[in-house]
Write a protein that binds this ligand. Structure first.
Ligand SMILES: Nc1ncnc2c1ncn2[C@@H]1O[C@H](COP(=O)(O)OP(=O)(O)OP(=O)(O)O)[C@@H](O)[C@H]1O
Ligand SMILES: Nc1nc2c(c(=O)[nH]1)N=C(CO)CN2
Length: 177
């Protein structure tokens, strides 16, 4: 069974993208890692380097900090979405403009290679394959990763080389204790 409704309760491997372009962006990303780990159903196993990235799409807005985390998760897919949206709310995320500025965005890039075209939770994330701010940090922590149905992260990255991003080697997310 591979539909999102039928996920078993055992731990599954998930990949999440974090982004912030309002307020203390680094504190927000670190706070998100900690908030996700507070849930006993989520165990973060890898955190990527942090990138400063030019905004892709949406209105004129400030640069983002972006990162990717890999976790073991025993929640079903929609319950993970509820958790990530709850964490966004903790950081006062307001949904106003599509692709507009935000304190915190958490996208579910991959849920154990499941596929779903449900608009509430599309898997893999429908725009993951075309975003350097996702592909670059993801390839750093999982060079062999694949965006299901789209191709290898490393190959996809070659197709978005025009999207500007810089590794912030002065910043690092602390893995949860
Ligand atoms: N894989 C996914 N991860 C997170 N949200 C998803 C996913 N698939 C569908 N959604 C839905 O997308 C809706 C809009 O999400 P959000 O406001 O974060 O979009 P956005 O960040 O502005 O744009 P984008 O979806 O391009 O990243 C959410 O309410 C959620 O139900
Ligand atoms: N650089 C960058 N651009 C974006 C981002 C983001 O996280 N980083 N998120 C978006 C909507 O999810 C739209 N555009």
């Amino acid at each position: 069974m591979s539909g999102v409704g039928g996920a078993p309760a055992s731990a599954r491997r998930v990949v999440l993208a974090l982004g912030s372009n309002i307020g203390d962006r680094m504190a927000t990303l670190q706070g998100a890692v900690e908030a996700l780990s507070r849930d006993s159903s989520v165990r973060i196993t890898a955190v990527s380097p942090v990138y400063e990235t030019a905004p892709v799409g949406g209105p004129e807005q400030g640069a983002y900090l972006n990162a990717v985390v890999v976790a073991e998760c025993s929640l079903r897919p929609h319950a993970l979405l509820e958790l990530t949206q709850g964490v966004e709310q903790e950081f006062h995320r307001v949904r106003e403009v599509r692709w507009g500025p935000r304190t915190l965005d958490i996208d579910i890039l991959d849920f154990d290679a499941e596929t779903s075209d449900d608009p509430v939770l599309t898997l893999p994330h429908p725009r993951a394959h075309e975003r350097a701010f996702v592909l670059r940090p993801w390839s750093d922590i999982d060079p062999d990763a694949v965006v299901v149905g789209r191709g290898a992260v490393g190959d996809l990255l070659g197709e978005v080389a025009d999207q500007e991003l810089w590794r912030r080697s002065d910043l690092a997310l602390r893995p949860p204790e």
